[in-house]
Design a protein around this ligand. Structure first.
Ligand code: NA7
Length: 547
């Protein structure tokens, strides 16, 4: 049976969609459980977001020794990280190492884009069809489709008539790009743009940074490991992993999320004297401006922090107009934290200019560059660093049909992004999500959470098999309760600030229903909750037997 169109589908116990961090972990876990498993990956190679996002400066903002699988002691001892915060090529190489070390490559089919998944309610089976018409059938599907894998195509008029080179950071050329001698425009100043700007500035003849919203960004501690440092960490790996699992954000060491935890151990900004505030900025720069215990809980404190942040930028960026334009207008904390290597310093270079789109928005892309209300900039290259339709985008792009013909993309578009525990959506039995809406993954170390989720799914599959069940489906009431809980945890907080358009709240995607997409109760609490649900006979799910 070849699985080609018109011929019988290939049958597996589980089909995993995606072969990034989650898919690789899932395939390994399910194979070890004795299940027949196949992963289908749209890209021509494994790695997921770390395969696609090859732009200059791409780097993880969580330490390598925590942003890596904990399930294999051999792998964590054998793999050699060279830097504290790993760069994209090293993460991609690591994932390929894991795939080969565990002999998983034969279970992963690359260049295979799933375009539809339809649930056969009579037989409790999913039928998956690929772009080339290949078909696969399995009782269970695990969507390891990633949270940052559906790039946004910004709706800027004239894109198609641009005569220069257009690059997307999220679909970057395999062989890279040589910016030498080129006039370059970068659109977007989220984490991606902020990482790419200093590196492109080093190479380009001139770089224009088109900024719609200014970023809050903190200096990164990325550096090469000193001799012996990694070995010492590896010797202590059991303790490091235990601390990571116990940490609220799934990472106990320094990461982009440190600020979210560390601020609470600082004094309050509202009661600090003007001298104390100035001293903090003098001593710690932008971090000194933001690290106060009340910045996330008191909007007046947040506004003062923003002013201090502006002062800290002005100490770095020489040109006063540029420094002023780099100050955000929205509250600190409502977007995912960013850490950078020399972002503000790049604006002191003669070959870097900031284009403040708040003052003069983009009108159109022309044949030769970008025209804003202030005039046209001629460019040889435009780099789009414009973000993602996060969490729900990749699955919504597939026609996922559940019970009664329900289409998942339509459900999420109309009702908002919901799921039960981030693991299943009511109406879509036997379809497991890894890090769906309502899981803690957005605001934590994704790898810690994905290992937990895949463990949970594996246990669930084993329990279903042992119990003779053929179907598990989230109950609408349980889903509504979980959504209410996740929403209640952020109500009134800076995360829902209406001035803030972020991929965390869906506000970055035109037409997407605004809802904070993550559970902020902490990774350990989430893990405890999911395990309790399973131990309580899969509370909130309906289990049924064939026929
Ligand atoms: P982000 O953080 O969503 O940033 C996207 C940036 O692109 C942001 O500055 C946007 O401005 C800007 N953008 C989007 N569309 C446009 C248009 N049409 N015109 C001008 N500017 C635009 O995505 P990233 O890839 O940087 O980071 C995503 C995550 O990846 C990051 O948090 C890490 O977890 C890794 P806006 O803010 O909407 O005004």
């Amino acid at each position: 049976m070849t699985g080609q169109a018109g011929i019988h589908p290939r049958e597996y116990d589980v089909v995993v969609v995606g072969a990034g961090f989650s898919g690789i972990c899932a395939v390994n876990r399910f194979r070890d459980l004795g299940l027949s498993v196949r992963a289908l990956e749209a890209a021509d190679a494994v790695g997921g977001t770390w395969r696609w996002n090859r732009y200059p400066g791409a780097r993880c903002d969580i330490e390598s020794i925590e942003y890596s699988y904990s399930f294999s002691e051999d792998i964590q001892q054998e793999w050699v990280w060279t830097e504290t915060l790993p760069c994209q090529p090293e993460i991609e190489a690591y994932l390929n190492f894991v795939v080969d070390r565990l002999d998983l490559r034969k279970l992963i089919q690359a260049s295979t884009e799933v375009v539809s998944m339809v649930f056969d309610e009579d037989n409790d089976r999913w039928l998956l069809t690929t772009a080339t018409g290949e078909t696969f059938r399995a009782p269970y599907v695990v969507a390891a489709t990633g949270i940052l894998s559906a790039p946004l195509d910004p709706d800027i008029p004239g894109k198609e008539r641009y005569g220069g080179v257009s690059l997307s950071t999220a679909r970057y050329p395999d062989d890279g790009f040589d910016y030498a001698g080129k006039r370059v425009g970068v659109i977007g100043t989220g984490s991606t743009g902020v990482q790419a700007v200093p590196v492109i500035a080093d190479a380009a003849a001139h770089l224009w940074v088109f900024q719609r919203s200014a970023a809050y960004t903190l200096p990164s501690n990325a550096r090469p490991f000193v001799p012996g440092e990694l070995d010492a960490l590896k010797a202590d790996y059991a303790a490091i992993r235990a601390a990571q699992r116990a940490a609220h954000v799934g990472a106990a060491r320094i990461s982009a999320f440190s600020v979210m935890v560390e601020v609470y151990s600082r004094p309050a900004l509202l009661t600090a004297t003007p001298e104390e505030r100035q001293a903090a900025v003098e001593e710690r720069g932008v971090a000194g401006a933001l690290y106060w215990s009340d910045v996330f809980t008191d909007m007046d404190a947040n506004a003062i922090a923003r002013e201090l942040y502006g002062e800290a930028i002005a100490r770095i960026v020489h040109d006063p107009a540029t420094a002023a334009a780099l100050v955000p207008t929205y509250p600190f904390g409502c977007k995912r934290p960013i850490i950078d290597l020399g972002y503000y310093e790049a604006f002191n270079r003669d070959n870097v200019s900031l284009v403040d789109l708040r003052a003069s928005p983009i009108v159109e892309i022309t044949e030769s560059g970008i025209r804003t209300e202030a005039g046209e900039v001629d460019l040889d290259v435009i780099v789009f660093a414009t973000g993602f339709d996060a969490v729900t985008g990749a699955l919504s792009a597939i026609e996922v049909r559940g019970c009664g013909g329900l289409v998942l993309g339509d459900v999420w578009r109309d009702a908002g992004a919901e799921s039960y525990l981030g693991l299943q959506v009511a109406g879509f039995p036997n379809l497991f999500l890894v890090q769906g809406p309502g899981s803690p993954s957005l605001a934590s170390n994704f790898v810690t959470v994905l290992e937990d989720s895949i463990d949970w799914i594996a246990t669930c599959l084993a329990d279903l098999r042992a119990g003779g069940y053929s179907r598990i489906e989230a109950l609408p009431a349980a889903q509504a309760e979980w959504t209410a809980l996740t929403t209640s945890l952020v109500e009134g907080s800076v995360l829902l600030d209406p001035s803030c358009n972020s991929w965390w709240n869906g506000g970055n995607v035109p037409g997407k229903k605004r809802r904070y997409l993550s559970y902020v109760g902490g990774v350990p609490e989430y893990r405890k909750h999911c395990i309790a649900v399973a131990e309580d006979g899969y509370r909130g799910f309906a289990l049924s037997t064939p026929g």
